[in-house]
Ligand binder design. Structure first.
Ligand code: 5AD
Ligand code: SF4
Length: 466
């Protein structure tokens, strides 16, 4: 999944803290699923009397929800823990205790090492065991250092609280909903199958109940999450096995739910039912994150992607036939072991052929325990850096071209949050662009018709269409 988010998770609608209320500060690294998980952890802790704070110094409990996808992401955790150790010491000197917990994929992958390297850490908890958080904290209070990383993945979905705060609209008009977790694809560069485990789909009833609750709370746009979301499957109420396409059809029937998205998909799992959903459901937004990683068949094979560049391009053609205004986003890795200049040129060719509206690109990062780590022919860092620079320049050019193409067009805009200027709101376009428009805050949650008038570095500008 796209893992460019690092947010502070705090509930603006949290009850006002009394002096002896316990406070939790959660720092979220990595992908949207971690954002979703942080909210669920917060909900589990709220039941235990914790309120959220966005001031780390005030917290009785600091949780780092970590990402292990690339080396740099994991390193960030250890440097954050170094700073936290100092804070913990300072607070102890003032007679205030602070607990430190590490959650997420680094916790799952390197739990023992965290406890060894970072003595200030009280608790290590993996992504499938968050429902055991309150009990784990009890054990910490009794003086234990807790490692909670053993799991049966089904437990998580059964026991985690559904979004509690949804009814107040405080979490906004867009929301994530995890429908699937884990991955069985075993791309040779990727740690996800090891950190998040094998694929598990949430049952339809659970998903629908959570979706309804979110919509009752004011959510207009739902993004279904999964590491390999289009592998979702489950028994429908009709007794027939459903794929993601059928699930989207069903969710589209929820009154008040205006928009649906899903992420992240593997090209091999885009089945006919899902492509048909792109054709039949106006609620399904015309924007698809479909990572390809490389444009070279040789490298795709070494990556164990199990498709060719031509198959990927043909697939895009089919989906675009179903939904002609579809825009694409993707993920790319440069410098996978053995990647030659020629292989890299093939990636640039594929990017030229697709024309992405947005994309994420990374230098290959060796992940211990993955098959890629044992491959010879590792590409030197300076070569990776040069390739990444060229690829990103091309992707940025395409992103700008896509945004420019929108100028003059009338689109539906979901008004999401206050803008920078008074009297302005920021909305979300069907293609996931941020758009500034003059509108009243009472209109948040409305979908209005606007004309795009210009583009800025990170957002577009629009006027209300008459
Ligand atoms: N090195 C670099 N990028 C990686 N990704 C996953 N594993 C690695 C790795 N070892 C990228 C892929 C994936 C995205 C979430 O992160 O592009 O789609
Ligand atoms: Fe990782 Fe590949 Fe699974 Fe995506 S499909 S999570 S890249 S193993």
């Amino acid at each position: 999944m796209t893992d460019e988010i690092a947010t502070l998770s705090s509930a603006p609608d949290a009850p006002i803290a009394h002096q002896n209320t316990r406070k939790v500060f959660i720092k979220t690294y990595g992908c949207q699923m971690n954002v979703y998980d942080s909210d669920r952890m917060q909900d589990a802790l709220a039941k235990d009397g914790y309120v959220a704070t966005d001031v780390m110094e005030d917290a009785d409990l600091v949780l780092l929800n970590t990402c292990h996808i690339r080396e740099k992401a994991a390193e960030k955790v250890y440097s954050a823990l170094g700073r936290l150790r100092e804070l913990k010491k300072k607070k102890a000197g003032e007679g205030r205790e602070m607990m430190i917990g590490v959650a997420g994929c680094v916790a799952q992958a390197e739990g023992d090492e965290i406890l060894r390297r970072a003595p200030a850490v009280d608790l290590v908890i993996g992504p499938q065991t968050y429902h055991r958080l309150p009990q784990a904290l009890e054990r910490v209070k009794r003086g234990e250092r807790v490692l909670e990383t053993d799991y049966a993945i089904e437990d998580k979905f059964e026991h985690l609280p559904a979004p509690e705060k949804a009814k107040t609209r405080a979490r906004g008009v867009t929301a994530f909903l995890t429908v699937q977790e884990g991955c069985d694809k075993f791309c040779s560069f990727c740690v996800v199958p090891y950190t998040r485990g094998s694929e598990v789909s949430r049952p339809v009833e659970q998903i629908v109940a959570e979706a309804r609750k979110l919509v009752e709370g004011g959510v207009r746009e739902l993004t279904l999450l999964g590491q390999n979301v289009n592998a979702w499957h489950g028994a429908g109420p009709d007794g027939v096995e459903w794929g993601l396409g059928e699930l989207l059809h069903h969710l589209a029937g929820i009154e008040g739910l205006a928009r649906l998205r899903y992420t992240t998909s593997h090209p091999r799992d885009m089945d006919d039912g899902l492509i048909a959903a792109h054709r039949d459901l106006p609620q399904l937004m015309p924007y698809l994150h479909l990572p390809v990683q490389s444009g070279s068949d040789r490298i795709l094979k070494a990556m164990n992607r199990r498709h060719t560049a031509a198959e990927y391009l043909a697939l895009i053609e089919r989906i675009k036939k179903a939904r002609p205004d579809l825009a694409l986003s993707g993920d790319f890795i440069v410098g996978f072991p053995g990647e030659t200049d020629e292989d890299f040129e093939d990636t640039l060719k594929l990017v030229e052929a697709v024309g992405y509206a947005q994309a994420f690109s990374f230098k290959y990062s060796t992940r211990p325990g993955t098959p890629g780590a044992d491959l010879k022919d590792q590409v030197p860092e300076d070569v990776k850096a040069k390739r990444l620079e060229r690829l990103q320049a091309l992707l940025l050019k395409q992103q700008h071209a896509f945004n420019e193409m929108c100028i003059g067009r009338e689109i539906d805009l979901l008004l999401e949050k206050p803008g920078r200027m008074p009297g302005q709101l920021i909305g979300r376009s069907p293609w996931l662009q941020s758009v500034n428009v003059d509108a009243k805050s009472s209109q948040i949650g409305d979908i209005i018709r606007v004309r795009i008038t210009g583009t800025g570095p990170n957002s577009l500008f629009a006027e209300v269409a008459s």
